[in-house]
Design a protein around this ligand. Structure first.
Ligand SMILES: Cc1cc2nc3c(=O)[nH]c(=O)nc-3n(C[C@H](O)[C@H](O)[C@H](O)COP(=O)(O)OP(=O)(O)OC[C@H]3O[C@@H](n4cnc5c(N)ncnc54)[C@H](O)[C@@H]3O)c2cc1C
Length: 644
């Protein structure tokens, strides 16, 4: 295709916002402005991949919309004739039309090393080449370009902090942040005279969060025809419940407040921050801003470095250092990005991943026969009891108040402290339920406002001792661990209000309270109901489960298989383990979407019958909406959870 003709010789630029919803310290935006364009279109493409195939609950949707509205206002503050343009169409179809219609010469964006992001961008680059449009893609999401990190790590995934730090040293000093632009070019004319391509209706992993049908693809420019950011109503998504708000303005305020507390910033040590603290929390809560790029990681990094230098000179004491310091936290983030950048899709799953130990967890994922990738939200229910434990864990009904408080905080607010994440992840996997870490990672994907594939998958691997960390005998107690931080259990009183009047002595172990006291404190510990006057008994004996899990972990470590071993892929691993797991049987269920996240949750349970003998290959021979087979105790549990 011949190159488009331009009226002037100046570039006409699309700036494509994706992982960088900010104006400050954006190397890619700077590159776009350095082109000295005749016009600049700041756009966001409403990509069906994220709308339907990534698991996103109401709180993260709201956070994204907050970021978009704030960005749009900040753009308009610099140029009243400009704003963020949200185009309700996927990038692969809309961009070629825009290039033509708007006579675009360049498209500029922040580099994305996520597996899907890379695949999408490769396609866009091909299409741009065909259309004679120049592509400028610049790293800015991490301290160092993750591809450069991998290269300096000998072409390997960064699996330890030391590897990241060594690669970082070779790459040299992290660039200082770039100041925000003082002006922005005008938009070009906003012609949208082309046909709108709507996505093909496919499986919607977020259906359970919608109270109405998604209308976001009805028109290209949204209900007001102004290309403004959508609302939750337009998406049909239920209202958000989080108090955490997104956007560059809030992010910068939050960061500046943290940096102004020089002692906190300089002496921060992650293991000394209380996971039981919630208002205010003990750590920075900047992770969702880093995820959406509403706060530049380098801006924060250099802010910390400057404070640390000043603190060390002040004679007030010695600043903390990695891995426990704030800089250490940012380095961990880069380490996971380096691993993900190298391994792509296989980073976030066991099967096919050479770095992940194989543990025969319950509720393993179903794989796509063609790609070998996990089909998000689908798994084998190979053990009914484990499925019940998993659902009880997810909805905060385990009977262990510490675990339930955290899981309810996560669902309600979309953020929990790092050590809280440790506690619930350890409990679900190697320290209690022995459920696959991929199940937990999916729940986090759905509910976290800071969900980041690299960090989520990487940290779940760490906590389940499948990669990055191997001390599986270090298990978090759901009683002794929170007691160490908060004897009176304020976090439980806040998020498990049934127990708010319990005495400190029983707050983490309410089942031990005498019946008369249970009555006096207005909440009976029993399993046959879930109203505000009852709270369940613990779903298992924790000590017994811990011992059982430790035995299984030791066995798996001794067997020594990894995600890329043939025995793991073909299912013959079973012959190497004892039969205690019981994950055999001829009919398996898998569920797509959510068992129960809302009123229509049960509608979204999908069952699939797996042909006997094909369990390991994941061959689905029949699939239909709504459970066709009684799920026994599971149904009862779902009903009880819904009632609560
Ligand atoms: C099971 C599990 C799942 C997790 N999933 C995610 C996720 O999806 N997205 C995410 O950003 N973090 C994730 N984390 C890492 C960590 O818990 C959060 O980044 C952190 O709690 C965010 O709170 P904060 O901003 O107050 O962190 P702070 O302690 O204030 O740290 C500052 C920044 O450093 C980064 N950071 C800190 N710890 C980590 C870490 N362990 N790994 C990667 N980056 C880190 C974050 O960007 C954070 O904002 C997960 C941890 C666990 C154990």
């Amino acid at each position: 295709m011949p190159a488009p003709k331009f009226i002037t010789n100046k570039p006409r630029v699309i700036y494509w916002f994706r992982t960088d919803l900010r104006l400050h310290d954006s190397p890619a935006l700077r590159a776009a402005l350095d082109l000295n364009p005749e016009c600049l279109y700041p756009i966001w493409t409403w990509d069906p991949h994220y709308v339907y195939h990534a698991r996103v609950g109401p709180n993260r949707w709201q956070y994204l919309i907050d970021c978009q509205n704030d960005l749009s206002s900040r753009i308009t503050a610099l140029n009243p004739k400009s704003r963020l343009l949200v185009l309700r169409e996927g990038p692969e179809t809309i961009l070629p039309k825009l290039w033509k219609e708007w006579r675009i010469s360049h498209i500029v964006f922040e580099k994305d090393t996520d597996a899907y992001g890379r695949e999408r961008d490769e396609k866009i680059e091909r299409l741009a080449k065909e259309a004679g449009v120049k592509v400028v893609s610049i790293a800015g999401r991490t301290l160092w370009d993750s591809d450069d990190v991998v290269e300096r790590n000998g072409g390997k995934a960064t699996m330890t902090l030391a590897q990241l730090q060594t690669a970082g040293k070779k790459l040299g000093e992290i660039a200082r942040p770039i100041p925000p632009p003082e002006t922005l070019p005008n938009l070009g004319e906003l012609i949208l005279g082309f046909a709108h391509t709507q996505p093909i209706a496919a499986l919607d992993l977020n259906a359970s969060h919608r109270s109405e049908a998604d209308k976001s693809y009805e028109t290209i420019a949204g209900p007001n025809g102004d290309l403004g950011p959508p609302t939750l109503e337009e998406l049909g998504i239920r209202p958000a419940t989080t108090r955490h708000r997104g956007g560059e303005t809030v992010a910068l305020e939050q960061m500046n407040k943290i940096l102004a507390d020089k002692t906190y910033t300089a002496t921060f040590q992650k293991p000394n921050t209380a996971p039981t603290a919630f208002e205010p929390q003990a750590t920075t809560l900047l992770s969702p801003h880093h995820h959406f790029g509403s706060l530049s990681i380098r801006q924060f990094y250099w802010g910390i470095v400057d404070v640390v230098e000043e603190f060390n000179k002040s004679g007030k004491g010695k600043a903390s250092v990695p891995p426990t310091s704030l800089i250490g936290q940012l380095e961990f983030r880069d380490m996971y990005f380096g691993a993900h950048a190298k391994l792509g899709y296989s980073f976030s799953q066991t099967i096919g991943n050479p770095n992940i130990r194989f543990i025969p967890w319950y509720l393993p994922s179903v794989l796509d026969d063609k790609t070998g990738r996990v089909i998000s939200g689908t798994y084998y229910i190979d053990n009914q009891e484990a499925e019940v434990w998993f659902q009880r864990w997810k909805f905060g009904r385990t009977g262990f108040p510490w675990i339930d408080a955290l899981m309810r905080q996560l669902r309600q607010e979309g953020w929990i402290h790092h050590l809280g994440r440790h506690a619930v992840a350890s409990f679900l996997t190697r320290g209690g339920c022995f459920v696959h870490w991929e199940r937990g990672a999916e729940v986090f994907e759905e509910w976290l406002i800071d969900h980041e594939t690299a960090c989520n998958a990487g940290n779940w691997q760490w906590l389940s001792c499948t990669a990055f960390f191997s001390q599986f005998y270090r298990v978090y107690s759901p009683i002794a661990f929170p007691k160490k931080w908060d004897k009176s259990g304020n976090i439980v009183r806040k998020y498990v209000p049934e127990l708010k009047d319990y005495d400190d002595k029983y707050i983490y172990e309410p089942w031990k309270a005498p019946i008369a006291d249970q009555r006096k404190w207005g909440c009976m510990i029993k399993d046959d109901g879930s109203d505000e006057f009852t709270y369940p008994k613990p779903m298992f004996d924790f000590s017994e489960r811990r011992e059982w899990c430790l035995r299984k972990m030791k066995e798996a470590y001794d067997v020594g298989l990894h995600g890329n071993d043939e025995k793991v892929k073909d299912g013959s691993w079973r012959s190497l383990f004892g039969d205690e797991l019981g994950n055999k049987g001829d009919v398996k269920l898998m569920s797509i979407g959510d068992i129960d996240a809302g009123d229509n949750g049960a509608e979204n349970v999908v069952t699939a019958v797996i042909s006997p003998g094909n369990e390991d290959k994941g061959t689905v021979i029949g699939q239909k909406r709504k459970a066709s087979k009684s799920q026994g105790t599971l149904d009862g549990l779902v009903k009880r959870i819904k009632k609560s």
